[in-house]
Design a protein around this ligand. Structure first.
Ligand SMILES: NC(=O)c1ccc[n+]([C@@H]2O[C@H](COP(=O)([O-])OP(=O)(O)OC[C@H]3O[C@@H](n4cnc5c(N)ncnc54)[C@H](OP(=O)(O)O)[C@@H]3O)[C@@H](O)[C@H]2O)c1
Length: 280
């Protein structure tokens, strides 16, 4: 049951998948939740549960400013910020239009950083707050045709490591969340984007082999299980710096740590059946 004393949480990307489940679980725990995404209709269920629903387009700085102003106008308090919104624009570097590459970085990196910047003064004044940045095992490993997605998630890893130490003296925690494959809209969006730009042409044989990565359910975690890990990280007394959210995530990160680049490259190339040579 929420009251004016209830802790306040922001969840971006709450219109589907992991973010929607995190928002629901935080409401159940008594948080006043600000749920944000472009598809406000898709958050009607959260509004029914008591969430405050906001339109947010992370490619537009003015949308981010307006969103933060709406949240802070309701009280100068944010206890938990879950920077979850994100997507994959997969495809070959040669073929992805730079506008799409910039949009990928805008949503996954600059949008996350912009909201964080707007919420920090309130957390700092209250000497309390927790920021959870949803990256991916893709912030530590590569996958075929994922250059811009991985660039964005590697960036969030470095950004968060710096930020964690910058704001610790003010009583603010920064936590990285590293899921592996999770059953949401994400794989379909990433594969559609890859097909759009690299479904034919010189890189198509790489996409042919890689498609299975997006459609396979092997080792996949449910959005609810991933959300439970995030909510635990949001509410535990002393959070760790980063959480891998599934057994598959732990195994893959262990292999990345163990194997030299040449062996890890070979492993991924074999799994994705990437041809050794492609005709021009
Ligand atoms: N699913 C996986 O396998 C997986 C694995 C590792 C990491 N992750 C990460 O987990 C996070 C959540 O993804 P998910 O799996 O839950 O995928 P999802 O179901 O596709 O949800 C993505 C969310 O991001 C929002 N979003 C996308 N573009 C946006 C924009 N321009 N402005 C505002 N919001 C935007 C979407 O809302 P609207 O479209 O309504 O705006 C949606 O709510 C992402 O950061 C993703 O990279 C996912």
């Amino acid at each position: 049951m929420q009251s004016t004393d209830s802790p306040v949480a922001i969840v971006t990307g709450a219109s589907s998948g992991i973010g929607k489940s995190v928002a629901r679980k935080l409401i159940e725990k008594g948080y006043r939740v600000h749920a944000a995404a472009r598809r406000t209709d898709a958050m009607a269920d959260l509004a029914t549960l008591g969430a405050r629903v906001h339109h947010l387009d992370l490619t537009k700085p003015e949308s981010i400013d307006a969103f933060a102003a709406e949240v802070l106008a309701e009280g100068d308090r944010v206890d938990v910020l879950v920077n979850n919104a994100g997507y994959g624009f997969y495809g070959a570097v040669e073929e992805i239009p730079m506008a799409e590459a910039r949009a990928q970085m805008d949503v996954n990196v600059f949008g996350l950083a912009h909201i964080t910047q707007l919420v920090l003064p309130s957390m700092r004044r209250r000497r309390s707050g927790r920021i959870l940045n949803v990256t991916s095992i893709g912030g530590k490993i590569w996958s075929p045709l994922g250059a811009w997605y991985h660039a964005s998630k590697f960036a969030v890893e470095g950004f968060s490591d710096c930020l964690r130490n910058e704001v610790r003296p003010f009583g603010i925690d920064v936590v990285l969340i590293e899921p592996a494959g999770t059953a949401t809209e994400w794989p379909g969006v990433a594969l559609d984007n890859a097909r759009k730009v690299s479904g034919s042409g010189p890189y198509a044989p790489i996409l042919d082999g890689t498609s299975a990565l997006f459609t396979s359910e092997q080792g996949q975690q449910s959005a609810d299980d991933c959300a439970s890990a995030i909510v635990r990280a949001a509410t535990v007394a002393k959070p760790r710096a980063r959480y891998a959210t599934s057994p598959a995530a732990h195994v893959i990160l262990f292999l990345r740590w163990l194997l030299p680049d040449v062996a890890f490259d070979g492993l991924i190339n074999r799994i994705c059946k990437i041809p050794k040579r492609i005709a021009i």
